[in-house]
Each structure stands twice: as structure tokens, then as C-alpha cells.
Design a protein around this ligand. Structure first.
Ligand code: GLA
Length: 454
């Protein structure tokens, strides 16, 4: 079984996940996105939008870097593409086993990998283009969680697979990871976990279904890292299909992808706030506990005895309508977010299927508002960015991406208007949060298929 570790970096950023490495490391990554400071891999033109290099260009560069670093044969090198994800509707409800929606983006974490040489058969060794140091361990003795170490996701992936496949996980690998978007809210953690899983499976000839990989990644996050999050991130990363909205029921763990809004009938604008680390603990796990307490009190009020670990999905909407007002104010707000968000997911899926961008956008903005007012997440710069986006001409809907304490906001924008939106929002943001605005960056993304090995 996994050891449940102490959480890393309480008082750091979102979940204490990717926030663990030293701050300078982020700066090294994010400087490339800062206004007027575009680096080699990001081309800046006159527009406020960054044009990121294609996945193929990045994959080729990463393969060469892996060959140089580990002296492996180029023909043995493969690359996992593990996309970032957004969640237009269904925020903060996955851990309550709610319904969520998601889209994978055409920007991704890449992982180049090759089997370890015969002489070092069981050794796993990895480098990252975004974090310093080399991670190295043997599959027979996988070290436990280390606060602040980017190797946790790789070790967690190896443990999850060893738990499932035991002796069949016998071949090590050399690997190099590369994430290209400024992190925060796009699920880079789950993307990198998924990439390690797919790579280790490939070098060991193991086959796992999408549902199994969702569970393996969950074992990394819940078991090895110690987060109480749900299955939204890795499900969207693994199961998405380009141009289709993923609709996931976190209770039954069934999903389907639905067609509707046509590609080209909207733009996805991803806007980075420049906030890399939350100054205080985000309270993600605390809010999960509050949702559970609300579920318990509502179930008890309705005469059902709540088991430990009750979640809001077990509570009927009629029960909330009847007993919600009697909840303590904070719990009432959390439950209000859950039940209204579930209604928005239902309406939003119907709007997507009907191709109604306006209706979908309004629901996304309402979801953002409920995240601020009822779920009470978000930091002042992120809330400003959300408000600026919502007020910008051409924006049909906007919200934080992910938890909203740091990182990115997303907006659904009328075709052709993303650049103007980025200009207006960037200027307004610079006036309100000049320090954070130095790291402001915006790019237009498209949807993509889920994680795959090239
Ligand atoms: C993070 C978590 C997810 C989900 C979202 C909010 O991305 O990892 O499980 O709770 O926040 O919707």
C-alpha cells in the first residue's frame, strides 16, 4: 500500500503540489512568458498573444535532449503527449462525486523516454527541463514521498504500477519531461503523472485501459502525494477527444464525449495571472472537509444516518432544498455551490450539444461567480482577472481554471476576438496588479485528444 505522506509545503501554493520546488525554478520557466521577455521556445510577435511552438517541434527537441543526456539510441526514444486540461463547468465538485465537464488542450506536458540500458535494467532516471536535479531510483526499492521534490510524481507512478503489476514492472527507463505553459489551474501535475504512467507501461509492455490509468493516477495524487482531490484532472487528460466535450460522472466513473459547438465557432483564451505561488495555503483539503460535513449534516437532518466520508452527491436536491437553510453559513455556501454547479453542468452540456455558445458562456461565468461567493476560493489577482475577462467585449464566459488561487483563468471568446480581449484585459490587469502583471501572459488554445504515446 502507499504510505500517506505529510503534505508538502503547507503555506505554499495550490495543494502544495507543483509549488514545492524553489521559487526561482518557476521564474526560469515563466520568464519566457513575461511581457517583452520571450525566450527561445516562445515567439512573441506584435500581438499580446504568445504563439507556442508546435508539439512536434517540442517533441523533436526533447528527443534530442534525451539522447544527449543519457546516450540512448535515437530509435529507442518515444514521446508521451499529456495535455493540459480545462474544466468549463463542474468546478470543485469532483471530490463530492459530482458531474463535471472537461476539454483537453493542444498544449501539453511532453515526456521523452527510452528503456534503461540492459546494464541498468531496473533503474529509473529522469531529468526535467523545468526543474533542477536528476531523479534516480530502482524499481525494486521505490523511495517514499519527499516534500518539495519534483520526482514525487515519477516515484508515485512507479509505485502505482508496481502495486498493480508487481513483477511485470521490471524494466526501468530514462526520461526527460518538458511542460510549456505557465502552471496553475491547467493540471500540469496530473498531466505529468499520466505521462510517467504511460511511459513506464510502454517500456514494460504493460497494457492498461483509460479507466485503469485514471485509477493509477489517482493513487499517485491521493495515496502518494496526499491530496484529497477527485478524478477530474486525469480523466479529462486521458479520455478527451478533440472537439468534443467530456462529460464525466465522478460517482459512476462513466464518461462520454459529446459533439456540439463546432471548432472555430469559439476561441479558448488561457490567461496567466503571473501569480505562481499562493501566499497562504489554499485550503483545498479544508473545503473538501467542509463539503463532507455539509453532506453529513444534511443526511442526518433528513433522517438518514450519514456514514463517515459522506459526500454531497449522496444528498438529494430535495433534501438540500428542505434543510439547506439550517446549515451553518459556511457549510450552506459550500453546498449551494455544489447543487448550483450540478445544475450548470446539466444546462451547460445541453447548451454545448445545441451549439449555444452564449448560453454556455453565461453558465461558465456563473460558475466562476459561485466559486468566488459560495466556494470562496480565488486570490485577489485571480478574481480581478476573472472580472476583467467577464467585462471584456467578445468574452462569452470566463472563470478561474482549476482552484483559482494562482495560475490561469480561461475564457470562451467569440471567434477572432481573443487578441483584443488579451490587450484590454492585460492593460486593466497591469493597472490593478502591476507586480503580478509582469508575469501576465495569454495564449489561444484549441481542444485536443487525450494523452497518447507518439
Ligand atoms: C484541482 C483538483 C481537481 C478539482 C479541481 C477543481 O484541479 O486537482 O480534482 O477538484 O481542482 O475543480
Amino acid at each position: 500500500m502507499f504510505r500517506r505522506p505529510a503534505r508538502c509545503g503547507a503555506g505554499h501554493g495550490f495543494h502544495g503540489r507543483m509549488s514545492c520546488p524553489p521559487r526561482g525554478v518557476y521564474n526560469r520557466v515563466d520568464r519566457r512568458f513575461a511581457r517583452g521577455k520571450a525566450g527561445s521556445s516562445v515567439r512573441r510577435n506584435a500581438s499580446p498573444l504568445f504563439r507556442l511552438p508546435s508539439l512536434d517541434e517540442r517533441a523533436d527537441a526533447l528527443k534530442s535532449a534525451l539522447v544527449r543526456a543519457f546516450h540512448v539510441t535515437p530509435a529507442d526514444v518515444r514521446v508521451v503527449v499529456s495535455p493540459y486540461r480545462i474544466c468549463p463547468l463542474g468546478a470543485h465538485v469532483d471530490h463530492q462525486l459530482g458531474m463535471v465537464t472537461g476539454l483537453a488542450l493542444n498544449q501539453a506536458v511532453l515526456l521523452a523516454f527510452a528503456p534503461s540500458p540492459e546494464s541498468r535494467g531496473k533503474e529509473v532516471a529522469a531529468l526535467s527541463k523545468n526543474y533542477p536535479g536528476k531523479v534516480r531510483f530502482e524499481l525494486d526499492s521505490i523511495p517514499s514521498f519527499r516534500p518539495g521534490d519534483w520526482g514525487n510524481y515519477l516515484r508515485g507512478a512507479a509505485l502505482a504500477l508496481r502495486q498493480q503489476f508487481d513483477g511485470r514492472l521490471s524494466r526501468g527507463m530514462v526520461a526527460m519531461a518538458d511542460g510549456d505553459l505557465p502552471i496553475g489551474g491547467l493540471s500540469s501535475s496530473a498531466a505529468v503523472g499520466v505521462a510517467y504512467l504511460l511511459a513506464l507501461e510502454a517500456v514494460n509492455g504493460l497494457s492498461a485501459t483509460v479507466a485503469e490509468n485514471i485509477h493509477f493516477d489517482r493513487a499517485i495524487e491521493n495515496g502518494y502525494i496526499g491530496l484529497r482531490n477527485g478524478i477530474l484532472d486525469q480523466s479529462v487528460i486521458l479520455a478527451s477527444r478533440r472537439g468534443r466535450l467530456l462529460l464525466l460522472d465522478c460517482q459512476s466513473e462513466n464518461w462520454r464525449d459529446v459533439s456540439g459547438l463546432k471548432e472555430g465557432s469559439y476561441q479558448i483564451l488561457v490567461v496567466h495571472s503571473g501569480v505562481e505561488q499562493a501566499l497562504v495555503s489554499t485550503g483545498y483539503n479544508q473545503r473538501v472537509a467542509e463539503c463532507r460535513e455539509a453532506a453529513k449534516q444534511l443526511l442526518n437532518a433528513s433522517g438518514r444516518r450519514a456514514a463517515d466520508g459522506a459526500v454531497l452527491r449522496q444528498v438529494g436536491e430535495d433534501v438540500f432544498a428542505k434543510h439547506g437553510a439550517a446549515l451553518p453559513p459556511t457549510l450552506r455556501k459550500r453546498a449551494t455551490h455544489f447543487f448550483t454547479e450540478q445544475a450548470r453542468v446539466r444546462d451547460g452540456a445541453a447548451a454545448w450539444m445545441a451549439g449555444e455558445l452564449g448560453r454556455l458562456g453565461r453558465l461558465v461565468t456563473e460558475s466562476g461567480e459561485s466559486s468566488v461567493k459560495n466556494y470562496e476560493c480565488g486570490s485577489p489577482p485571480l478574481i480581478t482577472l476573472y472580472e476583467l475577462l467577464v467585462g471584456a467585449p467578445g468574452v462569452m464566459g470566463a472563470r478561474f481554471s482549476g482552484a483559482g488561487f494562482r495560475g490561469n483563468c480561461i475564457a470562451l471568446v467569440e471567434p477572432g476576438r481573443a487578441e483584443a480581449v488579451a490587450t484590454v484585459v492585460g492593460d486593466g490587469y497591469a493597472r490593478r496588479h502591476p507586480a503580478e502583471a509582469r508575469g501576465f501572459a495569454a495564449c489561444v488554445c484549441e481542444t485536443d485528444d487525450g494523452a497518447r504515446t507518439l
